[in-house]
Design a protein around this ligand. Structure first.
Ligand SMILES: Nc1nc2c(ncn2[C@@H]2O[C@H](COP(=O)(O)OP(=O)(O)O)[C@@H](O)[C@H]2O)c(=O)[nH]1
Ligand SMILES: [Mg+2]
Length: 226
């Protein structure tokens, strides 16, 4: 079984090395591929130094586009895909808990739930929209509708490709897989990431996410994926 981790990373110099190191230490994971599209910092160099294969893209494709490029690059070589954010740091080492149910044949897609991050965070608007849309479109009750930490069997990613664009990728994965009758399983973890707060950067980030999640849900409602 070939288990390949795809890590989309845009300006993640602060955490990418720790994320890659931890992902590479997961026994089940065979290859770690970082997809870096036009970072302004040293993300690619640091990822490579930490032992990742790095796919550099000439244009900024957003999170979903980066993941699709990673999948296109591995082609038929993967049996299980692991999707991990670049800002998990050492907690990426918990990814084995996502892979195990797939390898055991107990689920087609696992989704990590994360503890509430310390600090204020946002107001939960994006998460609320994502949870509502997923329920409306597929009936699935998601605890962690936006979690990017997932493992997928081949049948699950075939059901969910092409991936939805930008930050719509996760709702796209969940709705498409659930609609196709895939078995989805949320797995509690203590993973953590660089959460944004109640400042201008945080509101801008979540505003962009809200728009991209809404766009993905609209396309799914109309029966189109991307
Ligand atoms: N390659 C690539 N990765 C991206 C892009 N946008 C976000 N990411 C990555 O996707 C992951 C999640 O993004 P993040 O900004 O942490 O969003 P949040 O955790 O949902 O608030 C991180 O690893 C980002 O570096 C992008 O345009 N290109
Ligand atoms: Mg993050």
């Amino acid at each position: 079984m070939s288990v390949i981790a795809l890590i989309p990373a845009h300006n993640e110099a602060e955490r990418i090395a720790a994320t890659v190191t931890a992902a590479r230490a997961v026994a089940e994971i065979e290859r770690v591929i970082v997809i870096d599209d036009c970072s302004d910092d040293d993300t690619a160099t640091l990822a490579r130094a930490a032992g990742a294969e790095v796919l550099r893209l000439d244009a900024n494709l957003g999170k979903g586009g980066a993941l699709q490029s990673g999948l296109d690059a591995v082609g038929d070589n993967a049996d299980v895909l692991v999707l991990l954010d670049g800002d998990l740091g050492a907690t990426a080492g918990e990814a084995g808990a996502l892979v195990a149910p797939i390898l055991a044949g107990d689920a087609d897609m696992t989704i990590a739930t994360l503890p509430k991050p310390p600090g204020s965070g946002g107001f939960g608007l994006v998460k609320g929209l994502a949870r509502w849309g997923i329920r409306r479109l597929s009936g699935f009750e998601a605890t962690a509708p936006l979690s990017g930490q997932r493992a997928l069997s081949r049948s699950a990613w075939i059901a969910a490709t092409p991936f939805a664009t930008g930050f719509g990728v996760e709702v796209g994965l969940t709705v498409s897989a659930a609609r196709a009758g895939m078995r989805l399983l949320e797995v509690p973890t203590t993973m953590g990431h660089a959460a944004t707060g109640r400042d201008i950067a945080g509101f801008t980030h979540r505003g962009r996410q809200f728009v991209q999640v809404a766009a993905a849900l609209s396309r799914l409602a109309l029966g189109r994926r991307s």
